[in-house]
Design a protein around this ligand. Structure first.
Ligand code: PHB
Length: 397
Protein backbone atom coordinates (compact mmCIF):
# COMPACT_ATOMS: atom_id res chain seq x y z
CA UNK A 1 0.00 0.00 0.00
CA UNK A 2 2.70 2.46 1.09
CA UNK A 3 4.79 1.47 -1.89
CA UNK A 4 1.83 2.16 -4.19
CA UNK A 5 1.26 5.62 -2.68
CA UNK A 6 4.97 6.43 -3.05
CA UNK A 7 4.95 5.22 -6.63
CA UNK A 8 1.89 7.34 -7.42
CA UNK A 9 3.52 10.33 -5.74
CA UNK A 10 6.69 9.85 -7.77
CA UNK A 11 4.63 9.59 -10.95
CA UNK A 12 2.72 12.69 -9.99
CA UNK A 13 5.96 14.59 -9.39
CA UNK A 14 7.27 13.52 -12.78
CA UNK A 15 4.05 14.72 -14.43
CA UNK A 16 4.21 18.03 -12.55
CA UNK A 17 1.02 17.20 -10.68
CA UNK A 18 0.16 18.59 -7.26
CA UNK A 19 0.16 15.32 -5.34
CA UNK A 20 -2.04 15.24 -2.28
CA UNK A 21 -3.81 18.36 -3.47
CA UNK A 22 -7.40 18.85 -2.33
CA UNK A 23 -9.55 21.12 -4.47
CA UNK A 24 -12.15 22.78 -2.27
CA UNK A 25 -15.44 23.79 -3.83
CA UNK A 26 -17.66 26.08 -1.76
CA UNK A 27 -21.13 24.99 -2.83
CA UNK A 28 -23.97 27.37 -1.98
CA UNK A 29 -27.57 26.42 -2.69
CA UNK A 30 -31.00 26.34 -1.03
CA UNK A 31 -31.81 23.51 1.38
CA UNK A 32 -34.53 25.47 3.19
CA UNK A 33 -36.93 28.34 2.50
CA UNK A 34 -38.47 28.95 -0.94
CA UNK A 35 -37.40 26.04 -3.17
CA UNK A 36 -35.53 24.42 -0.28
CA UNK A 37 -36.28 21.05 -1.88
CA UNK A 38 -34.21 21.97 -4.93
CA UNK A 39 -30.73 22.23 -3.37
CA UNK A 40 -30.33 18.44 -3.25
CA UNK A 41 -31.09 18.21 -7.00
CA UNK A 42 -27.95 20.27 -7.54
CA UNK A 43 -25.74 18.66 -4.89
CA UNK A 44 -26.67 15.14 -5.99
CA UNK A 45 -25.62 15.98 -9.56
CA UNK A 46 -22.24 17.29 -8.42
CA UNK A 47 -21.61 14.26 -6.22
CA UNK A 48 -22.68 11.84 -8.95
CA UNK A 49 -20.39 13.50 -11.49
CA UNK A 50 -17.47 13.35 -9.06
CA UNK A 51 -18.16 9.70 -8.29
CA UNK A 52 -18.34 8.73 -11.97
CA UNK A 53 -15.32 10.75 -13.10
CA UNK A 54 -12.98 10.75 -10.08
CA UNK A 55 -10.60 8.37 -11.85
CA UNK A 56 -9.95 11.03 -14.52
CA UNK A 57 -8.42 13.41 -11.97
CA UNK A 58 -4.63 13.69 -11.81
CA UNK A 59 -3.18 11.14 -9.37
CA UNK A 60 -3.50 12.17 -5.74
CA UNK A 61 -5.91 15.02 -6.44
CA UNK A 62 -9.16 15.04 -4.48
CA UNK A 63 -12.25 17.21 -4.48
CA UNK A 64 -13.85 18.41 -1.27
CA UNK A 65 -17.39 19.76 -1.62
CA UNK A 66 -18.28 22.14 1.20
CA UNK A 67 -22.07 22.66 1.11
CA UNK A 68 -23.91 25.65 2.58
CA UNK A 69 -27.63 26.57 2.83
CA UNK A 70 -28.46 30.10 1.67
CA UNK A 71 -32.07 29.58 2.87
CA UNK A 72 -33.71 30.73 -0.39
CA UNK A 73 -33.59 34.16 -2.04
CA UNK A 74 -31.47 35.80 0.67
CA UNK A 75 -28.56 37.90 -0.64
CA UNK A 76 -27.23 38.85 2.82
CA UNK A 77 -26.99 35.23 3.87
CA UNK A 78 -25.42 34.20 0.55
CA UNK A 79 -22.79 36.93 0.87
CA UNK A 80 -21.94 35.93 4.43
CA UNK A 81 -21.59 32.26 3.42
CA UNK A 82 -19.38 33.11 0.44
CA UNK A 83 -17.21 35.32 2.66
CA UNK A 84 -16.73 32.50 5.18
CA UNK A 85 -16.00 29.95 2.47
CA UNK A 86 -13.35 32.22 0.97
CA UNK A 87 -11.69 33.47 4.15
CA UNK A 88 -12.07 30.59 6.60
CA UNK A 89 -12.37 27.51 4.41
CA UNK A 90 -10.05 28.85 1.73
CA UNK A 91 -12.02 27.39 -1.14
CA UNK A 92 -10.53 27.29 -4.65
CA UNK A 93 -13.90 27.75 -6.33
CA UNK A 94 -17.44 28.84 -5.55
CA UNK A 95 -20.37 27.07 -7.21
CA UNK A 96 -24.10 26.44 -7.10
CA UNK A 97 -26.67 29.19 -6.37
CA UNK A 98 -30.33 28.95 -7.37
CA UNK A 99 -31.36 32.58 -6.95
CA UNK A 100 -30.29 35.68 -8.86
CA UNK A 101 -30.16 38.08 -5.85
CA UNK A 102 -27.75 35.64 -4.14
CA UNK A 103 -25.51 35.37 -7.20
CA UNK A 104 -25.42 39.18 -7.49
CA UNK A 105 -24.40 39.48 -3.82
CA UNK A 106 -21.56 36.98 -4.22
CA UNK A 107 -20.20 38.47 -7.47
CA UNK A 108 -18.08 41.29 -5.92
CA UNK A 109 -16.49 38.82 -3.48
CA UNK A 110 -15.47 36.54 -6.35
CA UNK A 111 -13.79 39.51 -8.04
CA UNK A 112 -12.06 40.77 -4.92
CA UNK A 113 -10.72 37.35 -3.88
CA UNK A 114 -10.16 36.12 -7.47
CA UNK A 115 -12.26 33.02 -6.87
CA UNK A 116 -13.81 31.45 -9.98
CA UNK A 117 -17.57 31.23 -9.41
CA UNK A 118 -19.49 28.61 -11.42
CA UNK A 119 -23.19 29.53 -11.50
CA UNK A 120 -25.22 26.36 -11.89
CA UNK A 121 -28.71 27.88 -11.87
CA UNK A 122 -29.37 31.63 -11.38
CA UNK A 123 -30.57 32.87 -14.77
CA UNK A 124 -30.83 36.67 -14.98
CA UNK A 125 -28.83 37.77 -18.03
CA UNK A 126 -26.85 40.54 -16.32
CA UNK A 127 -25.25 38.29 -13.66
CA UNK A 128 -22.21 37.26 -15.71
CA UNK A 129 -21.31 40.91 -16.30
CA UNK A 130 -20.94 41.44 -12.55
CA UNK A 131 -17.58 39.68 -12.23
CA UNK A 132 -14.88 38.48 -14.63
CA UNK A 133 -14.62 35.41 -12.34
CA UNK A 134 -18.17 34.27 -13.06
CA UNK A 135 -18.98 31.53 -15.56
CA UNK A 136 -22.50 30.14 -16.03
CA UNK A 137 -23.47 26.56 -16.96
CA UNK A 138 -27.24 26.91 -16.51
CA UNK A 139 -29.21 29.23 -18.81
CA UNK A 140 -30.60 32.72 -19.09
CA UNK A 141 -34.31 33.46 -19.10
CA UNK A 142 -33.73 35.33 -22.36
CA UNK A 143 -32.49 32.09 -23.95
CA UNK A 144 -35.88 30.44 -23.41
CA UNK A 145 -38.37 33.32 -23.37
CA UNK A 146 -37.15 35.14 -26.49
CA UNK A 147 -37.54 32.14 -28.85
CA UNK A 148 -40.81 31.36 -27.02
CA UNK A 149 -42.10 34.83 -27.99
CA UNK A 150 -41.05 34.36 -31.62
CA UNK A 151 -42.77 30.96 -31.77
CA UNK A 152 -45.92 32.18 -29.96
CA UNK A 153 -46.38 35.14 -32.35
CA UNK A 154 -46.88 32.65 -35.18
CA UNK A 155 -49.69 30.91 -33.28
CA UNK A 156 -51.43 33.49 -31.11
CA UNK A 157 -52.66 37.06 -31.60
CA UNK A 158 -52.74 38.13 -27.96
CA UNK A 159 -50.73 37.22 -24.88
CA UNK A 160 -50.73 38.12 -21.18
CA UNK A 161 -47.56 37.81 -19.11
CA UNK A 162 -47.44 36.93 -15.41
CA UNK A 163 -43.99 36.78 -13.79
CA UNK A 164 -42.39 36.75 -10.34
CA UNK A 165 -41.28 40.25 -9.48
CA UNK A 166 -37.49 39.83 -9.45
CA UNK A 167 -34.59 39.60 -11.92
CA UNK A 168 -35.38 36.42 -13.88
CA UNK A 169 -39.10 37.33 -13.99
CA UNK A 170 -38.31 40.76 -15.42
CA UNK A 171 -36.03 39.14 -18.02
CA UNK A 172 -38.66 36.56 -19.01
CA UNK A 173 -41.27 39.33 -19.35
CA UNK A 174 -39.06 41.64 -21.43
CA UNK A 175 -37.64 38.90 -23.67
CA UNK A 176 -41.04 37.35 -24.40
CA UNK A 177 -42.79 40.69 -24.93
CA UNK A 178 -40.09 41.99 -27.28
CA UNK A 179 -40.10 38.87 -29.46
CA UNK A 180 -43.90 38.45 -29.42
CA UNK A 181 -44.41 42.06 -30.51
CA UNK A 182 -41.70 41.84 -33.15
CA UNK A 183 -43.60 38.86 -34.59
CA UNK A 184 -46.80 40.91 -34.80
CA UNK A 185 -48.43 39.79 -31.52
CA UNK A 186 -50.20 42.02 -29.05
CA UNK A 187 -49.33 41.82 -25.33
CA UNK A 188 -52.49 42.79 -23.45
CA UNK A 189 -50.88 43.00 -19.98
CA UNK A 190 -47.52 42.60 -18.22
CA UNK A 191 -48.29 41.70 -14.58
CA UNK A 192 -45.68 41.04 -11.87
CA UNK A 193 -46.51 39.00 -8.78
CA UNK A 194 -44.70 38.83 -5.41
CA UNK A 195 -41.94 36.21 -5.28
CA UNK A 196 -43.39 34.56 -2.17
CA UNK A 197 -47.01 33.36 -1.75
CA UNK A 198 -48.90 35.35 -4.38
CA UNK A 199 -52.70 35.04 -4.33
CA UNK A 200 -52.82 32.96 -7.51
CA UNK A 201 -56.61 32.71 -7.65
CA UNK A 202 -56.94 36.50 -7.82
CA UNK A 203 -54.27 36.83 -10.53
CA UNK A 204 -55.73 33.99 -12.59
CA UNK A 205 -59.23 35.49 -12.42
CA UNK A 206 -57.88 38.72 -13.93
CA UNK A 207 -56.17 36.76 -16.71
CA UNK A 208 -59.43 34.95 -17.43
CA UNK A 209 -61.33 38.23 -17.65
CA UNK A 210 -58.74 39.61 -20.12
CA UNK A 211 -59.29 36.59 -22.45
CA UNK A 212 -55.83 36.42 -24.04
CA UNK A 213 -55.01 33.62 -26.51
CA UNK A 214 -51.98 32.67 -24.39
CA UNK A 215 -50.75 33.19 -20.84
CA UNK A 216 -46.95 33.32 -20.47
CA UNK A 217 -45.85 32.55 -16.90
CA UNK A 218 -42.45 32.60 -15.20
CA UNK A 219 -42.10 31.63 -11.57
CA UNK A 220 -39.06 30.06 -9.90
CA UNK A 221 -39.12 26.32 -10.59
CA UNK A 222 -40.56 24.07 -7.94
CA UNK A 223 -43.68 24.10 -5.80
CA UNK A 224 -44.88 27.51 -7.07
CA UNK A 225 -45.21 25.97 -10.54
CA UNK A 226 -47.69 23.43 -9.17
CA UNK A 227 -49.71 26.22 -7.52
CA UNK A 228 -49.84 28.03 -10.89
CA UNK A 229 -51.08 24.91 -12.69
CA UNK A 230 -53.74 24.13 -10.09
CA UNK A 231 -55.15 27.66 -10.12
CA UNK A 232 -55.02 27.87 -13.91
CA UNK A 233 -57.11 24.70 -14.01
CA UNK A 234 -59.44 25.39 -11.04
CA UNK A 235 -60.48 28.76 -12.46
CA UNK A 236 -61.18 27.21 -15.84
CA UNK A 237 -58.62 29.16 -17.91
CA UNK A 238 -57.88 26.13 -20.06
CA UNK A 239 -61.59 25.58 -20.68
CA UNK A 240 -61.89 29.26 -21.61
CA UNK A 241 -59.43 28.53 -24.45
CA UNK A 242 -56.34 30.18 -22.91
CA UNK A 243 -53.05 28.34 -23.64
CA UNK A 244 -50.46 28.13 -20.85
CA UNK A 245 -46.92 28.76 -22.11
CA UNK A 246 -43.60 29.73 -20.53
CA UNK A 247 -39.93 28.90 -20.02
CA UNK A 248 -39.40 25.32 -18.81
CA UNK A 249 -39.26 26.45 -15.17
CA UNK A 250 -43.06 26.05 -15.03
CA UNK A 251 -43.02 22.31 -15.83
CA UNK A 252 -39.97 21.01 -13.94
CA UNK A 253 -39.65 17.26 -14.06
CA UNK A 254 -39.79 16.65 -10.30
CA UNK A 255 -43.10 18.55 -10.00
CA UNK A 256 -44.91 16.96 -12.96
CA UNK A 257 -46.22 14.04 -10.86
CA UNK A 258 -47.57 16.55 -8.28
CA UNK A 259 -49.25 18.62 -11.00
CA UNK A 260 -51.09 15.71 -12.59
CA UNK A 261 -53.22 16.07 -15.69
CA UNK A 262 -53.65 19.84 -15.29
CA UNK A 263 -50.15 20.19 -16.78
CA UNK A 264 -51.08 18.35 -19.99
CA UNK A 265 -50.66 20.56 -23.04
CA UNK A 266 -48.54 23.24 -21.34
CA UNK A 267 -46.02 24.39 -23.96
CA UNK A 268 -42.59 25.57 -22.95
CA UNK A 269 -39.17 26.38 -24.36
CA UNK A 270 -36.09 25.12 -22.53
CA UNK A 271 -32.55 23.79 -22.95
CA UNK A 272 -33.20 20.33 -21.48
CA UNK A 273 -35.95 17.81 -20.80
CA UNK A 274 -35.84 14.41 -19.12
CA UNK A 275 -37.75 13.23 -22.21
CA UNK A 276 -34.91 14.25 -24.55
CA UNK A 277 -33.87 11.31 -26.71
CA UNK A 278 -30.11 11.92 -26.73
CA UNK A 279 -27.89 8.97 -25.69
CA UNK A 280 -25.98 11.21 -23.23
CA UNK A 281 -29.31 12.22 -21.66
CA UNK A 282 -30.46 8.63 -21.34
CA UNK A 283 -27.14 7.66 -19.74
CA UNK A 284 -27.39 10.62 -17.33
CA UNK A 285 -30.93 9.70 -16.25
CA UNK A 286 -30.04 6.00 -15.93
CA UNK A 287 -27.03 6.85 -13.74
CA UNK A 288 -29.25 9.07 -11.58
CA UNK A 289 -31.84 6.34 -11.08
CA UNK A 290 -29.17 3.76 -10.32
CA UNK A 291 -27.63 6.01 -7.68
CA UNK A 292 -30.72 7.58 -6.12
CA UNK A 293 -33.62 5.19 -6.84
CA UNK A 294 -35.84 4.14 -9.75
CA UNK A 295 -38.52 6.71 -8.88
CA UNK A 296 -36.08 9.63 -8.68
CA UNK A 297 -35.60 12.03 -11.56
CA UNK A 298 -33.04 14.74 -12.17
CA UNK A 299 -34.27 18.20 -13.18
CA UNK A 300 -32.75 21.15 -15.03
CA UNK A 301 -30.94 22.31 -11.89
CA UNK A 302 -29.26 18.90 -11.84
CA UNK A 303 -28.16 19.29 -15.45
CA UNK A 304 -26.67 22.76 -14.83
CA UNK A 305 -24.77 21.31 -11.87
CA UNK A 306 -23.65 18.17 -13.75
CA UNK A 307 -22.24 20.19 -16.64
CA UNK A 308 -20.78 22.75 -14.22
CA UNK A 309 -18.87 19.97 -12.49
CA UNK A 310 -17.61 18.71 -15.87
CA UNK A 311 -16.34 22.25 -16.49
CA UNK A 312 -14.53 22.30 -13.14
CA UNK A 313 -12.97 18.90 -13.89
CA UNK A 314 -11.54 20.27 -17.12
CA UNK A 315 -9.77 23.08 -15.26
CA UNK A 316 -8.40 20.64 -12.67
CA UNK A 317 -7.18 18.20 -15.31
CA UNK A 318 -5.56 20.80 -17.52
CA UNK A 319 -3.73 22.36 -14.57
CA UNK A 320 -2.83 19.00 -13.08
CA UNK A 321 -4.53 19.79 -9.81
CA UNK A 322 -2.89 23.18 -9.13
CA UNK A 323 -5.50 25.83 -9.79
CA UNK A 324 -4.57 29.35 -10.77
CA UNK A 325 -7.74 31.50 -10.87
CA UNK A 326 -6.91 33.36 -14.09
CA UNK A 327 -5.77 30.22 -15.88
CA UNK A 328 -8.95 28.51 -14.66
CA UNK A 329 -11.08 31.26 -16.21
CA UNK A 330 -9.16 30.97 -19.50
CA UNK A 331 -9.85 27.21 -19.56
CA UNK A 332 -13.53 27.83 -18.77
CA UNK A 333 -13.78 30.27 -21.68
CA UNK A 334 -12.62 27.69 -24.18
CA UNK A 335 -14.74 24.81 -22.86
CA UNK A 336 -16.98 22.76 -25.13
CA UNK A 337 -18.96 19.59 -24.60
CA UNK A 338 -20.59 18.10 -27.70
CA UNK A 339 -22.26 15.48 -25.53
CA UNK A 340 -24.04 17.12 -22.61
CA UNK A 341 -27.41 15.62 -21.59
CA UNK A 342 -28.92 18.73 -23.21
CA UNK A 343 -26.97 18.35 -26.49
CA UNK A 344 -23.87 20.27 -27.64
CA UNK A 345 -22.87 23.10 -25.27
CA UNK A 346 -19.97 25.51 -24.91
CA UNK A 347 -18.96 28.58 -22.94
CA UNK A 348 -19.04 31.83 -24.91
CA UNK A 349 -15.48 33.16 -24.46
CA UNK A 350 -16.73 36.75 -24.77
CA UNK A 351 -19.44 36.60 -22.10
CA UNK A 352 -18.63 33.45 -20.03
CA UNK A 353 -22.27 32.45 -20.52
CA UNK A 354 -23.43 29.12 -21.86
CA UNK A 355 -24.28 28.53 -25.54
CA UNK A 356 -26.81 25.72 -25.90
CA UNK A 357 -29.79 24.27 -27.79
CA UNK A 358 -33.35 25.37 -27.05
CA UNK A 359 -36.25 22.95 -27.49
CA UNK A 360 -39.98 23.51 -27.92
CA UNK A 361 -41.70 21.06 -25.54
CA UNK A 362 -45.20 20.03 -24.60
CA UNK A 363 -46.33 18.12 -21.51
CA UNK A 364 -47.79 14.81 -22.66
CA UNK A 365 -48.54 11.48 -21.06
CA UNK A 366 -46.01 8.90 -22.21
CA UNK A 367 -46.15 5.37 -20.82
CA UNK A 368 -48.34 6.51 -17.93
CA UNK A 369 -46.08 9.40 -16.93
CA UNK A 370 -46.12 13.12 -17.62
CA UNK A 371 -43.16 14.09 -19.77
CA UNK A 372 -41.85 17.29 -21.35
CA UNK A 373 -41.79 15.92 -24.90
CA UNK A 374 -39.31 17.77 -27.13
CA UNK A 375 -41.25 18.62 -30.31
CA UNK A 376 -38.76 20.78 -32.15
CA UNK A 377 -35.27 22.25 -31.81
CA UNK A 378 -35.69 26.01 -32.07
CA UNK A 379 -31.95 26.68 -32.10
CA UNK A 380 -28.86 24.49 -31.76
CA UNK A 381 -26.36 27.02 -30.41
CA UNK A 382 -28.34 29.79 -28.75
CA UNK A 383 -26.32 32.60 -27.18
CA UNK A 384 -27.92 34.80 -24.53
CA UNK A 385 -30.11 37.05 -26.74
CA UNK A 386 -29.92 39.95 -24.27
CA UNK A 387 -26.13 40.16 -24.66
CA UNK A 388 -26.41 39.71 -28.44
CA UNK A 389 -28.90 42.60 -28.66
CA UNK A 390 -26.73 44.79 -26.42
CA UNK A 391 -23.74 44.07 -28.64
CA UNK A 392 -25.69 44.87 -31.81
CA UNK A 393 -26.95 48.14 -30.28
CA UNK A 394 -23.41 49.15 -29.22
CA UNK A 395 -22.06 48.45 -32.71
CA UNK A 396 -24.72 50.71 -34.25
CA UNK A 397 -23.64 53.71 -32.15
C1 PHB B 1 -33.13 32.88 -10.48
O1 PHB B 1 -33.28 33.41 -9.36
O2 PHB B 1 -32.30 33.32 -11.29
C2 PHB B 1 -33.98 31.71 -10.85
C3 PHB B 1 -34.63 30.98 -9.87
C4 PHB B 1 -35.44 29.89 -10.24
C5 PHB B 1 -35.58 29.57 -11.57
C6 PHB B 1 -34.91 30.29 -12.55
C7 PHB B 1 -34.12 31.37 -12.19
O3 PHB B 1 -36.39 28.56 -11.95
Amino acid sequence: MIRRILATAALALLAGTAFGQTIKIGFITSYSGLNGNLGPYMERAVRLYIKEHQNELPPGVKIELITRDDTGPNPDKAKQLAQELIVRDKVNLLAGVIFTPNAMAIAPLATEAKIPFVIMNAGTAVITTRSPYIVRTSFTLWQSSFPLGTWAAKKYKTAYTLVSDFGPGHDAETAFTQAFKAGGGNVVANVRVPLQNPDWAAYMQRVKDAKPDALMVFIPAGKSATAVMKNFSDLGLGQAGIKLIGPGDITTEEELPNMGDVALGATTVFHWSAGGDRPANKAFIAAWKKEYGANETPNFLSVGSWDGTALIFEAIKQQKGKLDPDKTMEIFKGWKNPNSPRGPISIDPETRDIIQPEYLREVRRVGGQLVNVELETLGTAVKDPWKELQKAAAQKK
